[in-house]
Design a protein around this ligand. Structure first.
Ligand SMILES: [Zn+2]
Ligand SMILES: [Zn+2]
Length: 409
């Protein structure tokens, strides 16, 4: 279950409840839509219950998503759902436990009173430890890990000092005796990160039309000038996209990221032919594949890790040249809920899971570096058969319950 966040409507001020993965805020009172954006972590506070005390906020890294790893001769995955303390402060809990589930959080604003202790541990180290624990194996055997997240944010736990004791300002209970060497506290006094949530009006930057999307969409579309947009550096920037025309009444368009890349280090993949040879596919390399860019495919929506791996591999190996056009499908558009930056994390894992000769490929993963040439959002036509969505060209199918379940991950 995700956490609940309360945010006031920037238009009419009404309080609106959001899920932590929601990006598009639609006010039920004045109907105005706003897109929530931050360049790095969303920052949230747990409300304190210690009136009149001087509050210190301790940061916790929140990650919810999947870790994919390749070890020995296989590719595996685990769900990771953590809130882990983000600084070396003695005596405070390592995890937030149930606190975020039982209360409504708010975004940090420049007016949030109190001092913020610095997030000083490395996010990668925390994730690596979480990934290690959850895969239950020593790190020596792991060649590569990819964290494909749905949520990465900082949650602040309110604390206060009384005498030489440190208190949890939610439960008003003592946590630990405060030792004198904890100068993280003194360094933080009067430090406010001045972090501010960016609230973008959902107007098409090109034509002024109202952009469309669902509450968990990370790409919004304009029906009027047929463009697609994602937030970057406090504004909307255009996303390259293509639509592959479908047939029939029951066509639903599912979004995929097609990321063209070549390796700069590790192994040689400059073309689709290189990929076929390296992964030892049982296909005869055709001449034109030598000059064809290698594209890694990934679902642009959240789905269970096992299905995500399968879809990425199947579309990547097929390397189908779909006939496409630059148009936004008029209806039955499935929302983009996985950003390109997350999809790009999956390239090595897709390579590993495609390899039939794992011994030749997996040990090289850590040395591989990709140069991304371009990324395109491709809407592929699927036929809704009632139980399944079947891709109209490749006959690859996705169970509809699995798709539905993915929205709630
Ligand atoms: Zn409103
Ligand atoms: Zn437009």
């Amino acid at each position: 279950m995700g956490f609940t966040v309360e945010q006031d409507c920037p238009q009419c001020g009404a309080p609106i409840e959001l899920d932590e993965t929601d990006r598009l805020l639609r006010c039920p009172y004045c109907n105005v839509k706003t897109f929530l954006f931050t360049p790095n972590y969303f920052r949230l506070v747990l409300p304190h219950k210690a009136q009149g005390k001087e509050i210190f906020y301790a940061p916790y890294l929140r990650f919810k998503g999947n870790v994919y790893y390749s070890k020995a001769m296989m590719v595996g995955h685990r769900v990771v759902d953590i809130t882990h303390v983000g600084l070396p402060l003695k005596g405070i809990p390592v995890s937030l436990g149930l606190r975020p589930q039982t209360m409504k959080m708010k975004f940090v604003t420049p007016d949030t009173e109190g001092s913020f202790l610095k997030f000083s541990l490395k996010a990668n180290d925390i994730l690596a430890r979480a990934g290690k624990l959850s895969s239950g194996i020593g790190s020596k055997q792991i060649f590569h890990r990819a964290y494909i997240g749905e949520t990465l944010s900082l949650i602040y736990l309110p604390l206060f000092l009384e005498g030489d004791r440190l208190f949890d300002a939610i439960l008003n209970r003592p946590l630990a005796r405060f030792s004198q060497d904890q100068d993280v506290f003194r360094q933080s006094v009067n430090w406010n990160p001045r972090w501010k949530l960016n609230l973008l009006p959902t107007l098409c930057p090109q034509c002024g039309w109202d952009l469309e999307g669902e509450r968990d969409s990370v790409v919004l579309t304009c029906r009027n000038c047929e463009t697609a947009w994602e937030a970057s550096n406090s504004r909307f920037v255009q996303v390259n996209f293509q639509k592959v025309l479908g047939k029939g009444e029951n066509t639903v368009y599912l979004p995929f990221w097609k990321i063209s890349a070549a390796t700069a280090e590790g192994v040689k993949i400059n073309s689709f032919a290189d990929f076929i040879r390296l992964t030892n596919q049982p296909r005869v390399v055709e001449k034109e594949w030598e000059g064809q860019d290698m594209s890694f495919w990934s679902p642009a929506f959240k789905i269970r890790p096992k299905v995500y791996l399968n879809l990425s591999r199947q579309f990547t190996i097929s390397q189908q040249n779909f006939r496409s056009e630059e148009a936004i499908p008029k209806k039955n558009l499935y929302p983009v809920t996985l950003p390109q930056t997350e999809a790009a994390q999956s390239m090595k894992i897709t390579l590993a899971s495609s390899a039939l000769n794992k011994k030749m490929v997996l040990p090289n993963l850590s040395r591989i570096r990709f140069d991304i040439k371009n990324s395109t959002l491709v809407y592929l036509p699927f036929t809704d058969t009632g139980h399944e969505m079947v891709q109209q060209h490749l006959r690859i199918s996705i169970n509809k319950n699995t798709l539905e379940f993915g929205r709630q991950l």
